[in-house]
Write a protein that binds this ligand. Structure first.
Ligand SMILES: Nc1ncnc2c1ncn2[C@@H]1O[C@H](COP(=O)(O)OP(=O)(O)OP(=O)(O)O)[C@@H](O)[C@H]1O
Ligand SMILES: [Mg+2]
Length: 269
């Protein structure tokens, strides 16, 4: 179980990105984390994965625990060894390296050659397209293939908990469907997943439970089905029109492209 309690995070001592976030990811589950631009989703993942300092961020109070052990005192490498692995935002694959070299970069330092080989075979089984391109430069892969490589690279570290930051970003609907199925497949192998998404349709489809972050606070939480049924999520994140909502073009009820507006709480009665 991954548990975050009353977490406060700032950047440069000034920007209060998280203001008392509490959430949990039970073992073997998929939790979706929705929220508009700037809500603090990536900040939460960075805090859990120990990469917050690289972004000049700091935890001012609160706890992050995996099975009762604090992750906040561990550095990023130790957190990976603990079994918590992040697929970073924007994929961050090494474009000049081959597919195989990228995968090798994902395995933890103490993995034996045979376990690396086994894990790589599993990744190639999950993503046949990567097997076909194993000796090719990663930078020449399509956006969807690069996302699969980024996921495959994270799997090389044998995660217990996988943190994913907007894996569907910039991908065509057909590829987003594939990513959703990959997440379900990974979860069916016993890996818990914390899935940050602006594509609420895909996220709520694969998730067991869901949270909505709004300006650094959790404004809604519940089972994925419950959240998909709330007016706030339907209007703001599933693109459904609302009689009293005003869209980007000023017309009532038109869906907001790209992201949801701030102030979700006004929808929550
Ligand atoms: N390195 C940084 N330095 C200063 N402020 C930052 C930094 N990174 C993020 N922020 C600020 O912290 C807040 C939360 O940002 P964060 O990137 O976590 O949001 P997000 O929910 O991931 O948004 P998006 O959907 O755009 O990815 C925002 O106000 C953002 O401007
Ligand atoms: Mg983000």
């Amino acid at each position: 179980m991954l548990e975050v309690k009353d977490l406060h995070v700032t950047y440069g001592g000034a920007v209060r990105a998280l203001q008392g976030v509490t959430l949990s990811l039970p073992k073997g589950k998929v939790a979706a984390l929705l929220g508009s631009n700037g809500a603090g989703k990536s900040t939460l993942l960075r805090t859990i994965s120990g990469t917050l300092r690289m972004h000049r961020g700091a935890v001012t109070s609160g706890t992050v625990e995996l099975d009762g052990g604090s992750l906040l005192k561990r550095d990023a490498a130790a957190i990976v060894t603990s079994g918590v692995v992040q697929v970073p935002e924007g994929r961050r694959i090494f474009g000049r390296m081959t597919v195989e070299e990228n995968l090798r970069a994902g395995s933890v330092g103490n993995a034996s050659r045979s376990s690396r080989g086994r894990l790589q075979d599993e990744v190639f089984e999950m993503f046949p397209v990567l097997a076909d391109r194993r000796s090719g430069r990663a930078g020449l892969l399509s956006g969807g293939e690069q996302q699969m490589l980024a996921i495959g690279r994270a799997l090389m570290a044998e995660p217990e908990v996988l943190l994913m930051d907007e894996p569907s970003l910039g991908l065509a609907p057909r590829i987003i469907g594939q990513i959703g199925r990959v997440i379900s497949d990974i979860n069916s192998r016993g890996v818990s997943v914390l899935l940050v998404e602006q594509n609420a349709t895909m996220a709520l489809d694969v998730a067991d439970l869901a949270y909505v972050l709004d300006l650094g606070r959790v404004s809604l939480s519940g089972s994925a089905d419950e959240l998909a049924g709330t007016d706030a999520v339907r209007h703001l994140y599933l693109g459904e029109s609302s009689p009293d909502a005003t869209g980007m073009d000023g017309r009532p009820g038109s869906p907001v492209p790209g992201s949801a507006p701030r102030g979700l709480s006004r929808w929550v009665s």
